[in-house]
Design a protein around this ligand. Structure first.
Ligand code: FAD
Ligand code: NAP
Length: 554
């Protein structure tokens, strides 16, 4: 991996002016930079990290892996890149995805416009100048016409504010900020808090090393075996020989992934057929299990058949019946928390060095100097791993002091939940785009597909503005309100709001309970965005520098 050309002398940039500032150097920020260069716009990218890759830079925990197939979780914008890159496995491991991100940065010479180890602390819009002033923790004070938040949906890891956290004298780790040098758990007594996707991937690997691991579970999760395997040459060729057609198809699917989707509902077929279908999906593995029938996320009875199938599998795999019962999720529909994908997760509970502790009704009371106290019992650990998730979708944006027109604070505007138009812009914050922002398909999709769609749409919008002497682009409140209503209504047609998930903001105390992503589907959403652009950016106000309106909202 090449050296990170990080923070090439932050001081020289203090008080520079750019056309575009991009916050974040993950897949979103990288592609946006590439597109802005094609428009001939001067651009600066900032990232807190020392290198590119975003999620795949930070989440280096053991077992970290993509749950979308490698041939699909990759950029589509460069046919040459598509052909030359080779993925070693069907589901890529974090180190391979990070290698890919670095390869892309090299291939497109992205680093020369990136400044690493630099956190954007504030961004204020200057109404008179029509520009954003961006401040970083390194003392940079730069201005830009366009501000692109490529800050990620899952980039602010969260350790719950456990009482006594500071008193614990052992090692602590969060899966989302894993040490680059790795962690050797050999011989250690480990406590693992959380049983979401990250924990489900990490546990089997840590359990192989640790002397003992205790897993503290508040809510059990449904998980499907990934059936990951080395990349098959013929399969790779199948994709590479017709990538254009595959990509075009993926863009119009429900979640940006080509997957065999049934045209039948689960309750439309008899029990034996249903079992056969679920069995086949379980055997082939991965999130495609949820596409076994077309009504699993809208029909509670259908959903229950899938949930019960997975519970039965858990009961077959886990030898201790009491542990199996604790691991079998029962009080929310399958798929309404992100469906997990694993390699030997449930099997790991058959190991003698793994213990599951149910903390649903007896939470962790406090951390102590030697471990933690829960259910009146003291546990001693050499290391505690927090797999406790993220302040998703809004958390990262709200940690930046973003102020739009008349010093309007984004945090205040969003105090009851995010308010956006298409999940791309927020009224009162002109020229600020959010890549995979809240109320866009984002986390309910193959995110690279959604990232590319947003970046391409934003690039066209910026090009349109530049061509037509438009100084500011901003959604109207009416269009934004209508999108908010549509977002919520669409979500409530499904079973998703029934789970206390991070999609609903439920994992963060005090966070408003609103459904954060847009669930209408990637293809439907793309068509809507394209239609809006074709209709002269319907719902957006575009103002010339002389304050004349170019295109008013309809
Ligand atoms: P990120 O990759 O999150 O990058 C955002 C960057 O912005 C970060 O590097 C961060 O440091 C930087 N940043 C944020 N705030 C600031 C600031 N104030 N100043 C400077 N820099 C800042 N998606 C899938 O589609 N399939 C998967 O299988 C999948 N697996 C995942 C596994 C894990 C463990 C996690 C956490 C997420 C996963 N995702 C998955 C979602 C993943 O986040 C996206 O696929 C994608 O990588 C997001 O890219 P991004 O560029 O939008 O954001
Ligand atoms: P997560 O899904 O939010 O899981 C966090 C876990 O920590 C949950 O089990 C949660 O319990 C528990 N927890 C939180 N606060 C707690 C507390 N105070 N006490 C006890 N337990 C607590 O986070 P994640 O596992 O990091 O995954 C986040 C998202 O990242 C995923 O949903 C997915 O989108 C993405 N991801 C994908 C993959 C992949 O397979 N490709 C892997 C990792 C992550 P509750 O459920 O009760 O809140």
């Amino acid at each position: 991996m090449p050296m990170d050309a990080s923070a090439q002398d932050s001081a020289k940039n203090t008080r520079a002016a750019f056309d575009v500032v991009i916050v974040g150097a993950g897949f979103g920020g990288m592609y946006m930079l590439h597109r802005m260069r094609q428009l001939g716009l001067s651009t600066r990218v900032y990232d807190t990290a020392t290198g590119v890759g975003g999620t795949w830079y930070w989440n280096r925990y053991p077992g970290a892996r993509c749950d979308i197939e490698s041939m699909q979780y990759s950029y589509s914008f460069s046919p040459e890149l598509e052909q030359e890159w080779r993925w070693p496995e069907t589901f890529s491991a974090q180190p391979d995805i990070l290698r890919y991100a670095n390869h892309v940065a090299d291939r497109f010479d992205l680093r020369r416009d990136m400044q690493f180890e630099t956190t954007v602390e504030s961004a204020h819009f200057d109404d008179a100048a029509g520009r954003w002033t961006v401040k970083t923790n390194r003392g940079d004070l730069v201005s830009a016409r366009w501000l692109i938040m490529a800050t990620g949906c899952l980039s602010t890891a969260r350790v719950p504010d456990f009482k006594g956290l500071e008193s614990y004298t052992g090692k602590t780790y969060h899966t989302g900020y894993w040490p680059h040098e790795g962690v050797d758990f050999t011989g250690m007594r480990v406590g693992l808090i959380g049983t979401g996707s990250s924990a489900i991937q990490a546990l089997p690997v840590i359990a192989e090393q640790a002397a003992h691991i205790t897993v503290f579970q508040r809510t059990p999760n449904y998980s499907i075996p990934s059936r990951n395997r080395p990349m098959d040459d013929a399969y790779e060729q199948h994709w590479k020989s017709s990538y254009r057609e595959h990509r075009a198809k993926a863009r119009m699917t429900r979640n940006g992934v080509i997957t065999p989707l049934s045209d039948k509902g689960a309750v439309e077929v008899d029990e034996a057929t249903r079992r056969e279908v679920f069995e086949a999906r379980w055997k082939s593995g991965g999130t495609t299990f949820m596409a076994a029938f077309n009504d699993l996320i809208v029909n509670a009875d259908s959903n229950e058949t899938a949930a019960e199938f997975v519970r039965q599998k858990i009961r077959q795999i886990v030898k201790d019946p009491a542990t199996a019962e604790l691991l079998a999720a029962k009080d929310y529909p399958i798929g309404t928390k992100r469906i997990c994908v694993d390699t030997d997760y449930f099997e790991t509970f058959n190991r003698p060095n793994v213990k599951l502790v149910d903390i649903r009704n007896a939470p962790v009371e406090e951390l102590t100097p030697k471990g933690l106290k829960q259910g009146g019992k003291d546990y001693e650990f050499d290391a505690i791993v927090f797999a406790t998730g993220f302040d998703a979708m809004t958390g990262t944006l709200e940690r930046i002091d973003i102020r739009g027109r008349d010093a309007l604070a984004l945090k205040d505007e969003w105090k009851d939940g995010p308010r956006t138009y298409l999940g791309m812009m927020s009224a009162g914050f002109p020229n600020m785009f959010m890549i995979t922002g809240p109320q866009s398909p984002s986390v309910l999709s193959n995110m690279i597909v959604s990232i590319e769609q947003h970046v391409d749409w934003m690039t066209d919008c910026i090009a349109h503005a530049e061509r037509n002497g438009v100084a500011t682009v901003e959604p109207t409140r009416e269009a934004q309100d209508a999108w908010n209503v549509h977002n919520t209504e669409t979500a409530y047609k499904t079973l998703y709001p029934k789970a206390a998930s991070w999609y609903m903001g439920a994992n963060i105390p005090g966070k408003p309970r609103v459904f954060l992503p847009y669930i209408g589907g990637v293809g439907v959403y793309r068509a809507k965005c394209d239609e809006i652009a074709a209709n002269g950016y319907e719902g957006f106000t575009m103002r010339r520098a002389d304050a004349g309106k170019l295109a008013a909202a309809k």
